[in-house]
Design a protein around this ligand. Structure first.
Ligand code: GLU
Length: 572
């Protein structure tokens, strides 16, 4: 254990906990509304108030955490179409209060049978990201509904079809376009090229609809009604599946998804990645997500320092978390991919001895070089450093029995592939694969293959105490920065004992094994000279995280939502 209190650098600490974000991603942040909630029975935190309300209503009538997450997710398909939906995929972590068991569900999109390692290359060169993302070749077979159905079979309390009622009502009666949706639609160029999307999202003259405009989605209501009655089968077979195939093969350039690809989709229950960290257990999603392992690695490295004794968001805190993160990203980029296809050395990667050896590479006095992946018993892979993402959504729920869901859900980039059918948008998740199958004569673990799932960074997280009782549920959107957003919130809440809302508010900082990214417009600006002196390359970024979390406190539940987006925590 390295005692940081003896380190001279601690003198450089600058306390900087107040967030002053006013503009993120060009979208103004609403700071005056009440987004935090305290409750004694149940709580949900989600990215849109209508979705949180739908989930809270389900919890109020005795629904389980899974029931509430399903109801909220269906509403998000409608009201936050830029981020997630039934045309995409998700990862769901579940805590069972009776048994203390943590389970993880994989609803990640799958590449169709026709997919091949060179499908994102033209004349040997990678396609332009947006060209690939907005064509049918980027669409993976959606996994969300199969996964929700699987989780509902295991943990649902209310009938499946009841969970569709709030979303059907809103789709038929209409909902008001939020600030964020209006803003993202106004800067969106490609969505208008899909005729059904143009008709739905824009006025008859093709103009932007102002904030607050009421829009109805009869096509989505119809889709919801058939899945409510027929289960996920109604989505994976029949007219809805035919609509998906038609949208994918009809795009330019066309994708090659078939009805057989859609019918073959299976959601999978996988072993969660749980690691001990001080007096807690942090549990996350394993491959094909890199989120759980990267977070376990960062905490396994941080455990070798007394981060809890360092001033929050001080120079040394940012330096250490950033250095641990750089080391984790080096491993992530090289080794993480779909473990059904690639031997991912999961247990070696989170082994405490291995992480101690990684921690030994960190100096308190200077920033490390660009990190190489650690020596691990695996094949020899080239790194896939790609990262994208401005969309995605996170839902945290705790029900009145104490069960919890932490679910991150995505259609990948903003408005996904922009292809629309049945009132919902299709994902472009296959662009999370490496476009290059080989680099420097070495294969890339995250290259494309038929039936393979692209590597994700989504990190739905559950924290337990040493007795196996739930402490916290948290997660965020943000592409590979998700890992950093979740880590800084966990450090703030666990090590620095911040309230959940304060932990979410705390400025973010992420080092993805290149530059130290600091949240623009925050007090982290004060740390720039010190970080540069330590040898860090510093960049200020104005992305919007979308952290939604719940913490169990002595007198009940505290929910927090991210001011950088428009979500809310609701409970009773
Ligand atoms: N597609 C990304 C992933 O699975 C998420 C994108 C985002 O967060 O915006 O890691």
């Amino acid at each position: 254990m390295i005692n940081l209190l003896n380190s001279k650098s601690v003198i450089l600490q600058i306390y900087a906990a107040i967030i002053i974000v006013s503009i993120t991603s060009g979208c103004s942040v609403i700071t005056s509304r009440n987004i935090t909630s305290t409750a004694t029975k149940y709580m949900i935190s989600a990215a849109n108030p209508l979705a949180a309300k739908a989930g809270a209503e389900i919890l109020n009538i005795g629904g389980s955490a899974v029931d509430a997450a399903i109801a909220a997710q269906l509403v998000l398909t409608l009201v936050e179409p830029q981020s997630s939906g039934i045309g995409g995929g998700a990862f769901l972590m579940h805590y069972d209060a009776k048994t203390g068991k943590v389970e993880s569900y994989d609803g990640r999109e799958v590449a169709p049978r026709s997919a091949h390692p060179k499908m994102f290359l033209r004349d040997g060169k990678p396609l332009n990201f947006l060209d690939a993302a907005t064509s049918g070749i980027s669409v993976g077979v959606p996994g969300l509904l199969r996964m929700l159905e699987l989780a509902h079979r295991d943990h649902g309390e209310l009938p499946w079809n009841n969970l569709f009622n709030p979303a059907i009502k809103l789709a038929e009666e209409g909902f008001s376009i939020s600030h964020r949706l209006a803003y993202l639609l106004s800067r969106e160029k490609i969505l208008r090229k899909t005729p059904s999307a143009k008709r739905y999202f824009y006025s008859s003259e093709g103009k932007n609809k102002p904030v607050g405009s009421l829009i109805k989605n009869a096509a989505l209501a119809k889709t919801f009604r058939s899945v409510a009655a027929g289960g996920a089968d109604a989505f994976y077979r029949g007219p809805i599946a035919r609509g998906i195939v038609a949208a994918v093969v009809g795009s330019d350039p066309p994708g090659h998804m078939t009805l057989a690809d859609i019918a073959a989709y299976r959601a999978v229950k996988r072993s969660p990645i749980c690691t001990d960290y001080r007096k807690w257990q942090i549990c996350g999603m394993g491959p094909p997500s890199s989120g759980g392992i990267a977070i376990a690695q960062i905490f396994g490295i941080l455990e070798n320092f007394e981060i809890e004794k360092i001033e929050p968001t001080s120079l040394m805190a940012i330096h250490l978390v950033g250095e641990a993160s750089a080391l984790a990203f080096a491993d992530r980029n090289a080794y993480l991919a779909d473990s059904d296809f690639i031997p991912v050395p999961v247990y070696s990667m989170i082994d405490k001895g291995y992480l101690k050896s990684r921690a030994d590479l960190i100096s308190l006095k200077k920033a490390g070089p660009k990190r190489a992946p650690g020596e691990l018993p695996t094949l020899n892979y080239s790194a896939d450093n790609t990262s994208k993402g401005l969309s995605t959504t996170h839902i945290s729920v705790i029900d009145s029995e104490g069960n919890s869901v932490s679910m991150t859900s995505s259609i990948e980039t903003t408005f996904g592939s922009r292809l629309m059918t049945g009132g919902f948008l299709l994902n472009n998740q296959l662009t999370d694969f490496s476009f290059q199958p080989v680099r420097a004569n070495k294969p890339i673990a995250n290259s494309v293959a038929p039936w393979k799932r692209p590597r994700s960074s989504m990190a739905p997280t559950l924290v337990l105490d040493h007795k196996g009782r739930l402490v916290m549920a948290i997660g965020s959107p943000g592409g590979s920065r998700i890992i950093g957003y979740v880590v800084k919130t966990l450090v703030a809440a666990l090590d620095w004992k911040k309230d959940i809302q304060a932990a979410i508010d705390m400025p973010f900082f992420v080092n993805r094994n290149s530059v130290m990214e600091l949240e623009k417009g925050t007090s982290l600006k004060l740390l720039e000279p010190g970080l540069k002196k330590l040898g860090h390359k510093v960049k200020f970024i104005s992305r919007a995280s979308g952290l939604h979390g719940i913490r169990i406190v002595t007198d009940g539940l505290r929910g927090g939502a991210d001011k950088r987006r428009e979500g809310v925590a609701l409970g009773n």
